[in-house]
Structure formats: structure tokens, C-alpha cells
Design a binder for this molecule. Structure first.
Ligand code: X8Z
Ligand code: ZN
Length: 599
């Protein structure tokens, strides 16, 4: 979560900039001076925005919403002005650093506001309201009021199809109220993006990858084609096991899978139903949920363990303020944004996480994920302001996931005393199946969320079609259907955090590929000869140093160059995913013999 802002004085300065200079073509020196000034002002104001956002996210009230919206509205107005001014330097022969900064300035905002009075304030108010509505969403079930956290626990653990359906539908009842606001947000954001010269907000989002936005769209298609057969294999296998467990009346052996049976509210990670789909012949000797619980882990211990992993790579421990200022558990007496995030409040050392941590395997991974963001932020803190960011947003999401690939190996769990005995090769398939239920199952979801938003922004999906098109994409990419007919006012995309939260999602799709490229490269560097999934970089200081060197580059270079710095590769390449899961894909193909795969 990043946000940047400027002062009221800065608005005045920009608005009344002398007109004389406008005719003559600006010089490279003037371009550089402009960027320097923009960076200084954006940096100074950023702390104010970050703090108001932090307070709202950890204490949702009328007043904190007002404060955040005011701060982010001013920020949006000012950054948009700077982005427009940056266009004045198009075609000026500036140095490469200034050129990159001018480009990043135009791409800075997720949703730029239209350049007319009141528009930025309206956009900011809508954003804060949507995020807060989602975060305080509750529904009634079995005589109780449930939060998303409660509902997620049931979706993960219950094997009663009627209960799963009720809870799934219950959570999805919190979002219809958001639909008109979301439509307004999308329209304002599009108008703002067009004002900056983009076709629409989707094109703005796709312009963040050091290539033409259309080329980036095509790149995601290419990557999906690389992994789609594997997903279909997993889908087929899981569907057969669900059919065996629940029978034809609940889950047929052919066609799409019922989304509420997969252990997760959005069916984006399926690891929670491992017990339902586990191999009949090879069993897993441990369950990470139970190990954590059995060893008396609490949320702080989970985070300390995460820190320990990064320290083993030679990274400096988290600052004392991290422990004093982070929100690690859900406060009992106030509304907060529970969706996990990592923050950098002062663009230097004031890094924090905000999580409603539960002691389970999902959150064990999430802790490593969030800390990855924090270590990245700290690594690039000495970069100039506009380069204090990931090489691209997929990198930012992949850092912690890469760490978690090692931190969930049985070898590592054994090293930190959680697991008594490291299982032999006979448990490779169970382990890989668990991993695939999270990582491979995620891929089509990681893609479809923004496929939907790209369609919304391009105008292909109008508000009346919001839900139908969402369901169409869920079916097309994931092969899933809702547990029953949806009500006419349903707005299912609003029941996924990143839609009301206005956070682009393709980043996670990319991260699910990058993390395996990082893993493959790191394991090569340490001379690992065994299978990729058994490799752990725990304690590998040289790998850590090289990884940190990449992280320190921040957004200063095009991402292929940064990828090459660590991996030697310059392309996003799903062959690393195939390498990691190779034995499982072969195994799944054998299991699926005789099944009619696909939907
Ligand atoms: O939103 C997140 C992180 C914060 S950046 C917890 N993730 C995606 C999600 O929950 O939908 C991590 C995995 C995908
Ligand atoms: Zn993240």
C-alpha cells in the first residue's frame, strides 16, 4: 500500500507557474529540476497520507474515513497535476534516469482523478468508503453475526455442503450495496486516466511493465497458455475426489466445480481441502496447521519466526518500531481492515504489517509474504523517491512468496523444531499436491480478476453486466460455478478485497511465476542438486546477499534487467513452475486416466 501527496502551497505554486516558459521547448536541465522538485514534494507529503491511511485502516470510523479521504484526495489532485506537467517534457533529450522518473510519475496513481473541481475528493471518498464497507462486512448465520475471518474458518474446515453454501452466500451478501459506488469509481478513474493520455484505467495499469500495454496483455495470455494444461489436470483430479466425497447431487464428475467446496472463499487457494483430495496410496505425515497449534505458536511467534527466516539470509532484523507499531491481531473493540498488508510509513525505517493473524498454515505463509514487502521496502529505501518501489508490482508480491517456498519445506520445519522427522521421497507427491492446491489453483484466479476489471474499464462490461461477466470469467478461467443461482442484485466481484480496495491483481499472477524463477535461480546458486521443491535457501547468506542486491535496485531499472541480476533470465518464464511441479504433473496425468477433463 503506497500513497504519496503534496502540500496546499504546492498546489498554488503549480497553478500559478509563470506562463513565459510555456512557449519555448524546455531544456533537459529544466526537466531534471522539475523531477527533483516533484520528488521532494511528493516525498514530504507522503508521510501524511500514509499515516492517515494507517489510522483509518486500523480504526475505521466516520472521522478517520473523512481524514483519509481528504489526504488521498489532495494527493490525487497534486500527483495528477504533476503527471500532466510531466508531459511537457515529452521529446526532450533528458538523461535516462530523468526519463524513467517522468514515466513513473505518469504511472504513479492507480486511479488518477479527472482534472475538474471536486473530482479528486469524490474519487477519494468513494475509495475509502468501498474499502471500509468491505472491511466491516458482516452477515447472519446460524443465529450468529459472522465476519469474513469467521466465514473463512468455516469455508476451510466444514465439509457440510449446505453449511458451505450458506456461508459462501452469506459473505457474498455484503457486496451488492457497493455496486453503484464501484461504477462511479470506475468512471471517474477512467476519466482521470484518459486525461493523462491513456485509453482507460486498464491501459494505465498495463503500462506498468516496461512494455507496450497491449504487448503486456498478450504476455499474460502467453503465460496462461504455458500453465493452463497443468491447471486443467489439477482441476480434473480435484473434481473427481470431490465427486467421490460428496456424490453427484453436490459435485458431478464432469463440468465445473462448485466454488464453495474448495476450502477458500474465492476458491483461489485450495490447500485447506488437502484431506479431501489426498492421494490414496501416499499419506502425508504432518499437517502444518496442527504443528503450529501443537507447538503453542501465537501470532507474534509466527511473525518472529518469519523474521528469523529472513535473518538467516543475512538481512538485518526488523526495527523495534515494527513490533511497537504493527497490528498483528484483530482488535476486539473496533473495525479494521483485516486484509493483510505491509506498510512503509516514512519511506525509510517505519515499516509495519497489518494483519488479523490466525495460527494456521495459510497465515504462516501470509506472514512471510507480508514481511517480504517490508524487506523489499527497506532494501530500496536509499533510492530516489520515484524508484522506491518494486521492479514491477509482481516482484513486490513474489519476494515473500519466494521466502515461503523454503519456509514451508519439511526440512526447514524440522530445522526450526516444528517437525520431528523429515519425510522421505515417498511424501514428495503429497507435498507437491499441497503446494499445487495453493499455487497452481491460484493462477487462473490471479488472471481473471483483472480480466474482469480490464473489461469494466474498457466499457465492454457495463454495470448491468458486472456480475454475469464475472461469473463468465470464473467459469472460463477457473472452471467454477457459484453454489446456486445468484440474486439479481449480486455483485460478487465486490466480495473480493482487491475490487473494493482498488488494488490491481495481475501482480499476483506474475508473482506466482516469478517466485518459481527466483527459487530455481537461488537453488542453482547454492549448488542444489535435488528436486526444486525440496530446496530451501534457509541460512544461505550468499543467496541472501544477491537477492538483496536485486531488491536494493527498487524501480530504478526496467524489470527484465533486475530479474537478470538475480536469475540471469530476462523473461517471465513459467517453465520454472513446470520444473518445480514436474513429478506431480506426471502423477496427476496418471490419476486422471479415464476422466473427461475440462468443463
Ligand atoms: O492480497 C494478498 C496479500 C496482500 S498483498 C495478503 N494476496 C492475494 C490475496 O489475498 O488475494 C496474497 C495472495 C493473493
Ligand atoms: Zn502482497
Amino acid at each position: 500500500m503506497k500513497s504519496k501527496l503534496l502540500t496546499a502551497t504546492a498546489v498554488a505554486l503549480l497553478a500559478f507557474a509563470p506562463a513565459a516558459a510555456q512557449d519555448a521547448k524546455p531544456t533537459p536541465a529544466e526537466a531534471k529540476a522539475f523531477v527533483d522538485k516533484a520528488e521532494a514534494e511528493l516525498a514530504a507529503f507522503n508521510e501524511y497520507v500514509a499515516k492517515s491511511s494507517w489510522v483509518r485502516a486500523t480504526y475505521i470510523t466516520e472521522d478517520t474515513q473523512w481524514l483519509e479521504a481528504k489526504a488521498t484526495g489532495e494527493q490525487n489532485e497534486l500527483v495528477t497535476r504533476y503527471a500532466k506537467q510531466a508531459a511537457k517534457y515529452d521529446g526532450v533529450a533528458v538523461d535516462p534516469v530523468t526519463a524513467r522518473k517522468l514515466k513513473l510519475l505518469k504511472l504513479y496513481l492507480v486511479s488518477p482523478a479527472p482534472d475538474r473541481p471536486g473530482a479528486a475528493a469524490e474519487l477519494a471518498t468513494l475509495s475509502t468508503k468501498l474499502d471500509s464497507t468491505y472491511s466491516s462486512g458482516k452477515f447472519q448465520h446460524g443465529g450468529k453475526t459472522l465476519t469474513l475471518n469467521d466465514a473463512e474458518d468455516i469455508l476451510g474446515a466444514s465439509r457440510d455442503p449446505a453449511e458451505l453454501k450458506a456461508v459462501w452466500e452469506g459473505w457474498h451478501s455484503i457486496s451488492p450495496v457497493m455496486r453503484p459506488d464501484y461504477a462511479k469509481l470506475a468512471a471517474l478513474s477512467n476519466e482521470g486516466a484518459q486525461g493523462l493520455g491513456f485509453k482507460d484505467t486498464g491501459a494505465l495499469w498495463r503500462s506498468n511493465y516496461d512494455m507496450d500495454p497491449d504487448a503486456f496483455g498478450a504476455e499474460t495470455d502467453r503465460l496462461w497458455k504455458q500453465v493452463e494444461p497443468f491447471y486443467k489436470n489439477l482441476h480434473c483430479y480435484v473434481r473427481a475426489r470431490l465427486n467421490e466425497k460428496y456424490g453427484d447431487a453436490v459435485q458431478k464428475r464432469s463440468g465445473p466445480i462448485r466454488a464453495d467446496l474448495l476450502g477458500n472463499m474465492w476458491a483461489q487457494q485450495w490447500g485447506n481441502i488437502y484431506d479431501v483430495v489426498q492421494p490414496k496410496t501416499a499419506t502425508s505425515s504432518y499437517n502444518l496447521d496442527k504443528l503450529l497449534e501443537g507447538h503453542g505458536y501465537d501470532p507474534v511467534k509466527m511473525v518472529k519466526t518469519g523474521e528469523g527466516f529472513y535473518s538467516s539470509l543475512g538481512l538485518t532484523p526488523l526495527p523495534q518500531t515494527f513490533w511497537e507499531r504493527s497490528m498483528i491481531t484483530r482488535p476486539r473493540d473496533r473495525e479494521v481492515v483485516c486484509h493483510a498488508s505491509a506498510w512503509d510509513l516514512d519511506d525509510r525505517d517505519d515499516i509495519r504489517i497489518k494483519m488479523c493473524t490466525k495460527v494456521n498454515a495459510d497465515d504462516f505463509r501470509t506472514v512471510h509474504h507480508e514481511l517480504g514487502h517490508n524487506y523489499y521496502q527497506r532494501a530500496y529505501k536509499d533510492q530516489p523517491f520515484l524508484f522506491k518501489n518494486g521492479a514491477n508490482d509482481g516482484f513486490h508480491e513474489a519476494i515473500g512468496d519466494f521466502a515461503a517456498l523454503s519456509a514451508t519445506t519439511p526440512t526447514y520445519l524440522n530445522q526450526i523444531g516444528l517437525l520431528e522427522k523429515v519425510p522421505g521421497v515417498e511424501e514428495d507427491i503429497p507435498f507437491l499436491l499441497k503446494m499445487a492446491l495453493d499455487k497452481i489453483a491460484f493462477l487462473p484466479f490471479g488472471l481473471m480478476v483483472d480480466r474482469w476489471r480490464w473489461q469494466v474499464f474498457s466499457g465492454q462490461t457495463t454495470p448491468e453486466r458486472y456480475n454475469d461477466d464475472w461469473l463468465k470469467l470464473r467459469l472460463q478461467y477457473q472452471g467454477l460455478v457459484p453454489p446456486g443461482p445468484r440474486p439479481a442484485d449480486a455483485f460478487d466481484p465486490g466480495a473480493k478485497y482487491h475490487v473494493p480496495g482498488n488494488v490491481p491483481y495481475t501482480r499476483y499472477f506474475l508473482a506466482h511465476i516469478y517466485q518459481f524463477q527466483f527459487q530455481r535461480a537461488a537453488c542453482r546458486q547454492m549448488g542444489w542438486k535435488g528436486p526444486l521443491h525440496r530446496c530451501s535457501v534457509y541460512g544461505q547468506k550468499e543467496v541472501g546477499a544477491k537477492f538483496n542486491a536485486m531488491m536494493e535496485m527498487g524501480a530504478s531499472k526496467p524489470w527484465p534487467e533486475e530479474l537478470a541480476a538475480f536469475t540471469g533470465e530476462t523473461k517471465t518464464d513459467a517453465s520454472a513452475v513446470a520444473d518445480y511441479f514436474k513429478p506431480l504433473n506426471i502423477w496427476l496425468t496418471a490419476q486422471n486416466k479415464g476422466e473427461k477433463c475440462g468443463w
